[in-house]
Design a protein around this ligand. Structure first.
Ligand code: DGL
Length: 280
């Protein structure tokens, strides 16, 4: 466990993403539950994860979770759909009982799929996500568990993360690729009335997605949903809640250049960020 300068125990909530996208989740966590300490880790040196194999995403995610445990985290949120889809279940079932039986790792897919039935009236839901998340079928399987009557339509959008990471949100390229994938999704069904942005990067494209969506279709972004899910989890798990330190501290780690991270991170987090480097 890492000890901070005032010699108090430091046990923040770990928030992990392949890069910057998880900062859109962290922003909502901090707004909803400001009292806790948070430690963010972006594996920018190895991002994007979206097109990588199951084994690679699992290996990178497990390394990152272990690194956050080493920094004192008792609870880690995988604020990345791709990691939640490809690595979470194995980490929870196979690794945690061996490496840290009292620590917990949670993802972003379950809280989203648990509530989607409260939004759709047509029982037809669309998912925009990375190729990895779409191939994993995680959204389809999780929604089926909670709402067996809902039909799920998926669209992989492999160009959206690179457009966002390269600050091309307002260019003609972004407009082209957003329109293309929205059209592909709705060519599968005209009755979809709710779409989930199933990648933590995508909230930055929300205005453009909205522009191309058919009228009346609602967009669900995950930040608020995950924050409410965590709030509920901590009420149901007081034994975990007491272990998290509460000094309103936010710290940021990146596996790549801190200068580049700090320059881009504020776009996702909405505030200045000062990161430290962590080698994995
Ligand atoms: N932020 C990740 C997610 O939610 C995707 C980014 C990547 O491809 O690494 O799926």
């Amino acid at each position: 466990m890492l000890i901070i300068t005032n010699s108090k125990t430091y046990s923040p909530i770990g928030v992990f993403d392949s890069g910057y996208g998880g900062l859109t989740i962290l922003k909502e966590l901090v707004d909803t539950l400001p009292q806790y300490d948070y430690l963010y880790l972006g594996d920018n040196a190895r991002a994007p994860y979206g097109s990588r194999s199951f084994d690679t995403v699992y290996e990178y995610t497990l390394q990152s979770v272990k690194a956050l445990f080493d920094q004192g985290c008792e609870l880690v949120i995988l604020a990345c759909n791709t990691a939640s889809a490809k690595a979470l279940r194995t980490i929870q079932q196979k690794d945690l009982p061996i490496i840290a039986p009292n620590k917990r790792v949670l993802g972003v897919i379950r809280p989203t799929t648990e509530i989607v039935g409260n939004y759709t009236k047509t029982n037809e839901v669309g998912i925009f996500a990375t190729s990895g998340t779409v191939t994993s079928q995680s959204y389809v399987m999780e929604i089926e568990k909670f709402f067996p009557d809902i039909k799920v339509f998926q669209e992989a959008c492999p160009m959206w993360v690179p457009l966002i990471e390269n600050n091309e949100l307002n260019g003609v390229g972004a407009n082209y690729f957003v329109e293309k994938h929205v059209q592909h999704l709705f060519s599968q069904s005209k009755n979809i009335d709710t779409v989930i942005l199933g990648c933590t990067h995508y909230p930055l494209l929300k205005p453009l997605i909205e522009k191309h969506l058919p009228k009346g279709v609602q967009i669900l972004t995950q930040g608020h949903i995950v924050a409410e899910g965590l709030k509920d989890y901590l009420v149901r798990h007081p034994e975990m809640e007491v272990r998290i330190t509460k000094n309103n501290q936010r710290e940021f780690l990146t596996t790549d250049s801190t200068e580049i991270f700090d320059k881009h991170a504020s776009l996702f987090f909405g505030q200045e960020v000062k990161s430290k480097h962590l080698g994995l």
